[in-house]
Design a protein around this ligand. Structure first.
Ligand SMILES: CCCCCCCC/C=C\CCCCCCCC(=O)N[C@@H](CO)[C@H](O)/C=C/CCCCCCCCCCCCC
Ligand SMILES: O=c1ccn([C@@H]2O[C@H](COP(=O)(O)OP(=O)(O)O[C@H]3OC[C@@H](O)[C@H](O)[C@H]3O)[C@@H](O)[C@H]2O)c(=O)[nH]1
Length: 397
């Protein structure tokens, strides 16, 4: 009987301590977010020789926002940059769209690369490889198709590129769009993901998501270039890891990434989160045990049970207060990340937040039990450690 009791008390103490740790994460995210995000960007000084940036845009297919998202790259206020658009398929309608932007902005140095190289299994790396080889500047910006830039975003990123830094990335967030799926995306990126992202950046843990990343090219070249990371689907994580292992710093900049894909529905959003969860579990198996415990409903339930056992507190009351305080912290964090009025009201936030918090643990479980990964037109399997293998030939739409 005694071992059983010790085990129960052991679990209770673990849950209670973990729960206390999670509140420290909340506080770090709120205070660090307030201090770190949305700083005023130092204006460009005309006699300073700014380093050049080769911006690589891997594209695949079109969506209703693609034209206006890409256009923001032609209207940036940065003195020296080139745009390198990469499109794998020569029948992709994105080609027409890029060409029309190149005609509209003839003064902007832009090139189009059609056809992917096969340097690994990661289709984004394969797509970008030719552009990477042709890039002329000392910095590259890898920027996904759904990203929007403000006029000063590149300047903001460059401001954080110190001599010891090799990678500056934008914390994922989303644009103001209408509909429940857009609300859900904003709530997820502005709460659950921002909390971990900001805390990880604060303690210098690698949490790099590669949708918008400014990279010191010489450092990546020392690793053999982007092709070295073509064997992983989570090339972003492994690029950052290789930099950190060699003593370089990676940092977030002050402007969160504005994701503005024209495809915004609950199924594709959840499929994306599930895909990311599969990547995390394969690269860092420890995540399998700890990530569910970072979910409000899960850690709240565990802590409520623990305090009932350890301190004879009312578990239900504790659970409800836990949820309420978490909810308030999330509202505060989301407001900090948004840095302005939100495109939805408080009622939408309550519904979206509850939906996200209840569906999060389910999606994670779903990711654990289905190891195959579908990314756009391809299907993969991951081995422990993150090496990917393509298991079905490409589906052509
Ligand atoms: C003692 C070890 C504790 C490990 C705790 C792990 C808890 C992880 C909880 C939530 C993870 C949310 C991650 C959010 C961003 C990830 C988005 C993503 O998956 N992107 C992938 C695709 O682009 C990318 O390849 C992966 C990037 C990095 C994933 C790293 C996850 C671990 C982060 C651990 C942070 C702990 C912070 C602790 C601060 C005190
Ligand atoms: O087959 C593909 C798939 C994707 N891509 C490009 O890769 C970028 C990211 O694609 P998606 O938007 O589908 O995927 P995500 O936003 O989930 O990507 C994210 O997760 C996986 C990481 O490897 C990426 O670095 C990260 O950006 C886009 O610019 C897309 O055009 C390709 O070029 N080919």
């Amino acid at each position: 009987m005694a071992p059983m009791i010790y085990t129960l008390y052991g679990f209770a103490i673990f849950f209670f301590v973990f729960w206390c740790g999670i509140w420290i994460l909340h506080l770090i995210a709120i205070f660090y977010g307030k201090y770190r995000l949305h700083s005023k960007v130092t204006p460009l000084v005309s006699d300073v020789p700014y380093p050049g940036v080769s911006i690589i845009k891997p594209l695949m297919g079109v969506d209703p926002h693609l034209f206006s998202n890409l256009e923001t790259f032609f209207t940036m206020n940065y003195p020296k940059y080139e745009l390198l658009f990469c499109i794998e398929d020569d029948t992709d309608p994105a080609i027409m769209l890029v060409k029309s932007l190149m005609e509209k902005y003839p003064k902007i140095d832009a090139r189009l690369f059609i056809g992917a190289a096969i340097v690994g299994v990661n289709p984004k790396i394969n797509n970008m490889h030719h552009a990477y080889e042709a890039a002329i500047y000392e910095f590259i910006l890898i920027s996904d198709s759904g990203i929007r830039m403000k006029e000063d975003t590149l300047q903001d990123m460059m401001n954080y590129m110190s001599d010891k830094t090799a990678l500056v990335h934008q914390m994922p967030f989303s644009a103001d769009r209408n509909g429940f799926a857009a609300t859900l995306e904003k709530i997820y990126f502005g709460t659950a993901q921002s909390r971990i992202y900001l805390a990880a950046d604060f303690v210098k843990i690698n949490c790099h998501t590669g949708m918008s990343a400014l990279i010191r090219k010489s450092v990546l070249d020392e690793e053999g270039g982007i092709k070295t990371f073509g064997c992983y689907l989570a090339e972003d994580f492994f690029i950052a890891k290789s930099f950190i292992d060699r003593g370089w710093k990676i940092r977030i900049c002050s402007q969160p990434a504005i994701q503005n894909s024209g495809i915004c529905d609950i199924n594709s959003f959840q499929a994306r989160l599930t895909r990311w969860a599969k990547l995390r579990v394969a690269m860092l198996p420890v995540v399998m045990f700890f990530e569910p415990l970072t979910e409000c409903m899960v850690i709240g339930g565990c802590a409520a049970w623990a305090v009932g056992l350890l301190f004879q507190w009312d578990s239900l009351g504790f659970y409800l207060i836990h949820i309420l305080v978490w909810f308030i912290c999330d509202w505060v964090l989301l407001s900090i990340v948004q840095n302005g009025s939100l495109p939805f009201n408080k009622f939408d936030f309550v519904v979206g937040w509850l939906f996200r918090e209840c569906s999060g643990p389910y999606l994670f479980l779903h990711a654990l039990f289905d190891p195959t990964i579908r990314w756009r037109t391809r299907v993969y399997k991951l081995a422990w450690g993150g090496i990917a293998q393509e298991i079905k030939p490409r589906i052509k739409f």
